[in-house]
Write a protein that binds this ligand. Structure first.
Ligand code: ATP
Ligand code: MG
Ligand code: MG
Ligand code: MG
Length: 481
């Protein structure tokens, strides 16, 4: 159709370019900032400018930024709107224009360029931001009942525990206007999707949590490309847009299933594959190599999850007739083919991306086959004894530890497989086993907690930490450093 993902990206950038913005390239998924784990938003490459630590080179800029949000990993395929990898379109003002222009341009872009019907658009503002409310209502003309005042969780944006932040205003699309405006809840994702966030960046959040006004008032925005594509292409979720669906189709053909007629479980798995394949291709392309530490563990975890998901839906072999071959490279080829307008460097790194994926997959499949067999037996036993006692079923910390320590079986995979059979895992018990082992080893390691669930957490000296295990339930990695 008219609105391919590439066309949407181009229109966004051209719109702001013709309003004085300089089009700048996406920065790497690995930020040039030791305090940030991975790039979660378009503003990161501009953080020093917002904070006044670096002079601005231009008054305003526009980008399409590659982003990774591992805190959304559990949402992939389960909501219609979250990926771990996505592109964020953004326009930025470095002490140049502020609320009024940001709001009126966002409205013009959305309704005139992309042609969304104004009566389908709803607005949120920060609860006490009367100025933003008034611009939306009095100048743009949005009726009061379609402007909601929301609290800090939704409408005060911070890039991390500290750093530039401010109140924000979001634009939502209404899939079901027939439901009327009484009791309408923007958090109801069967009806609404948030697609554009305008951040009025005017504070620096300090270590003690206090807000210090910035010298300049800035604008930082983010529009999810896949979300806009999903609205304009009139498909039921982000994964069915032209930005992701070709990967899903390839996976479906390798599994000899059809996406359209597949049941929900298989569809969810195909969506996970579509998302994770993009994530791992771009991460490796940006130099993140699978490992047991820091960022390397993020990519390893995504690769392991996608390998297992592919096997679950029946993918075996390389898709070129070799039944022992790796399948990830064939899927990655599609993601690489789709990458040209997102990131022209990916194509040139193709050989090393495919090699890395193949190595990691073949290594992991061995672990998986050994561990899965033992885990099945342990789950059979656990279910049997729970049945006998009529109680809740849980896999002991000892068993989880055995799988992890002796078989190299990742804790999050244990939890996922157990969960599929209705069995929980005793993570506390696992932590105790880990702790015992740590105490037994004479080396005086200093165990710290490193959050990988929230990428914005400050991670000090990532290269010095060694991964010890993964607390699946609290999304916390245990590392020694
Ligand atoms: P949500 O509430 O839907 O999780 P968010 O408020 O966390 O989104 P922001 O931090 O405001 O998102 O990011 C700006 C924009 O980036 C969002 O309005 C959305 O269009 C897009 N976006 C955010 N997270 C994702 C994701 N996981 N996958 C795809 N697009 C995303
Ligand atoms: Mg979110
Ligand atoms: Mg939100
Ligand atoms: Mg938001």
């Amino acid at each position: 159709g008219e609105w391919s993902g590439d066309a949407i990206r181009r229109r966004f950038l051209d719109f702001y370019a013709s309003r004085g913005h300089k089009i700048l390239p996406s920065s790497s998924l690995v930020p040039d900032d030791p305090t940030v784990f991975l790039t979660i938003a378009g503003m990161l490459q501009f953080k020093p400018i917002f904070l006044g630590k670096e002079p601005r080179r231009v008054p305003c800029a526009t980008t399409s930024q590659k982003c990774i949000r591992t805190n959304d990993i559990e949402n992939v395929g389960r909501t219609t709107r979250h990926q771990t990898f996505f592109e964020m379109l953004g326009n930025f003002s470095f002490g140049d224009y502020f609320k009024k222009e940001a709001i009126t341009w966002a409205w013009e872009l959305t309704t005139k360029e992309f042609g969304l019907p104004p009566e389908r658009l709803w607005i949120s503002v920060f609860e006490d931001d009367d100025e933003a409310f008034s611009i939306w209502h009095n100048e743009v003309g949005v009726p009061k009942e379609r402007i909601k005042r929301l609290g800090e969780d939704d409408n005060f944006w911070t890039s991390g525990a500290t750093g530039p932040c401010g109140p924000c205003s979001e634009i939502y699309y209404d899939f079901h206007p027939e439901r009327g405006s009484t009791d309408a809840d923007l958090g109801d994702d069967s009806r609404f999707i948030e697609f554009y966030n305008l951040v009025f960046m005017q504070y620096n959040k300090k270590d003690d949590g206090s807000l210090e006004p910035l010298k300049q008032k800035n604008i930082d925005t983010g529009m999810g490309l896949e979300r806009m594509a999903r609205i304009l292409q009139k498909v039921p979720n982000n994964y069915e847009t032209d930005l992701i669906f070709p990967i899903i189709e390839k996976a479906a053909s390798m599994a000899i299933v059809s996406y359209t007629t597949a049941d929900d479980a298989i569809k969810t798995n195909l969506k996970i594959i579509g998302d994770h394949m993009r994530a791992v291709v771009y991460l490796i392309s940006d130099g993140v190599i699978p490992s047991n530490i820091g960022r390397g563990y993020v990519v390893r975890r995504l690769i392991r999850r996608v390998v297992r998901t592919c096997r679950l839906i029946g993918i075996r072999g390389d898709g070129h007739g070799n039944s022992e071959g790796a399948f990830l490279p064939s899927l990655a080829e599609v993601a690489i083919r789709l990458s040209t307008e997102i990131d022209p460097d990916v194509e040139s790194r193709r050989k090393s991306i495919l090699g890395e994926l193949q190595r990691e997959e073949l290594r992991f499949v061995q672990t998986l086959e050994r561990g899965e067999k033992l885990l099945d037996e342990l789950l059979d036993e656990a279910l049997l004894s729970a049945g006998n006692n009529g109680g809740k079923c849980s896999l002991s910390g000892k068993d989880v530890f055995l799988l992890y320590d002796t078989y190299g079986f990742p804790v999050e995979i244990t939890a996922e497989i157990a969960g599929e059979r209705g069995v929980s895992v005793d993570m506390k018990g696992f932590d105790i086993e880990m702790e015992n082992q740590r105490k037994q080893s004479q080396a005086a390691h200093n165990v710290v907690k490193l959050s990988v669930g929230n990428d914005t957490e400050i991670v000090k000296s990532i290269p010095d930490t060694e991964f010890l295990g993964y607390d699946y339930l609290s999304a916390t990695a245990v590392v020694k450093g």
